[in-house]
Ligand binder design. Structure first.
Ligand SMILES: NCc1[nH]cc(CCC(=O)O)c1CC(=O)O
Length: 317
């Protein structure tokens, strides 16, 4: 009997693009597949409460529940949205080759960084890095899927710019339409440190589903996996389950892995940066865990312990 892999997807344009991309890659390898749209949880009827199953991610919750219940075989996620602790029994079955890891500034024609501007973003990491550079600017909250955020920026007269992941806009074909459809401009934020695993997609599956794991592992991109595992390990060591403005990027070049990480206060006034390099042959032995941990320890030693404590108490007073 041939294997048919049921791929769960949420209904945003980005989620559908990501699931369809994985579907065609699996089909190219000869596997039968089926896309299975998963709606909001509604009537769950679970034996265990969500938190006891370790299901915590806002973006990933719906698909994780479907996976645990066996309604789907795999879930495709933007890895940066996946909590560093996966739910019970679930594994990272594959990481696809990374697209751009960059953040971009999408701005209107009246944008002038030397004046008091209003920048929209829902991300603590983006807010703090922006305020660190432009102390006189005002950062306002902006949420929703990529399409929603673009149209909110378009319609809100008081907002001058917003920050997006380049990969997200590119995947759904909006990057090339920013000028034409909205009259926006954009530029790469090269000095920004991206979210851990930004630009990488991952496939989640249940650890006991061996046939599916074996099939999906063929899509794994080893070098991306090494880099994002290091970034996420750094994140996990630092945040300890709480959200904080943390950036990390690992990149391979000429036999070396270069790492940059940061932790900021929410208002952007305090900032701790770490940077390091290690030979690939030395980092691959333990999948980069010791290296990632060493980076987080440097942050802690440079004032990160105190900073994390004040971030925690300001977010949960
Ligand atoms: N949190 C939302 C989210 N999750 C993944 C992406 C885009 C793809 C990626 O960054 O991997 C985005 C949009 C954004 O941050 O602007």
């Amino acid at each position: 009997m041939s294997l048919k892999i049921r791929i769960g997807t949420r209904d945003s344009q980005l989620a559908i693009w990501q699931a369809t991309t994985v579907q065609s890659q699996l089909q190219a390898l000869g596997f039968q597949t089926e896309l299975s749209p998963v709606k909001s949880q509604g009537d769950l009827n679970l034996d265990e409460p969500l938190y006891e199953m370790g299901i915590t991610g806002i973006f990933t919750k719906t698909l994780d529940v479907a996976l645990v219940k066996g309604d789907i075989d795999i879930a495709v996620h933007s890895l940066k949205d996946v909590p560093t602790q996966l739910p019970k029994g679930m594994v990272q079955a594959a990481v696809l080759e990374r697209a751009s890891q960059k953040d971009i500034l999408v701005y209107k024609s009246n944008f002038n960084p030397d004046e008091a501007m209003t920048i929209a973003t829902g991300s603590l990491r983006r807010k703090s890095q922006w305020l660190n550079m432009y102390t006189q600017h005002n950062v306002v909250d902006l949420r929703g899927n990529v399409n929603t955020r673009l149209s909110k920026l378009h319609s809100n007269k008081d907002w001058n710019a917003a920050i997006f992941a380049k990969a997200g806009l590119d995947r759904i074909g909006l990057l090339s339409q920013l000028r034409g459809n909205y009259g926006f401009e954009y530029s790469d934020l090269d000095s920004f440190i991206p979210a851990p695993a930004q630009g990488a997609m991952m496939i989640a599956a249940m650890g006991n589903n061996t046939a599916v794991l074996e099939a999906v592992s063929q899509l794994n991109h080893a070098q991306t996996q090494l880099c994002v595992d290091i970034e996420r390990r750094f994140l996990r060591e630092l945040e300890g389950g709480c959200t904080a403005p943390i950036g990390a990027i690992a990149q391979v070049n000429n036999g070396f892995l270069n790492f940059t990480g940061c932790l900021l206060s929410i208002d952007g006034t305090d900032r701790i940066d770490v940077q390091d390099q290690i030979a690939l042959k030395d980092v691959e032995k333990d999948e980069g865990y010791a290296f990632a941990k060493a980076q987080s320890e440097k942050v802690f030693a440079n004032g990160g312990k105190t900073l994390m404590q004040s971030i925690k108490s300001s977010l949960n007073p």
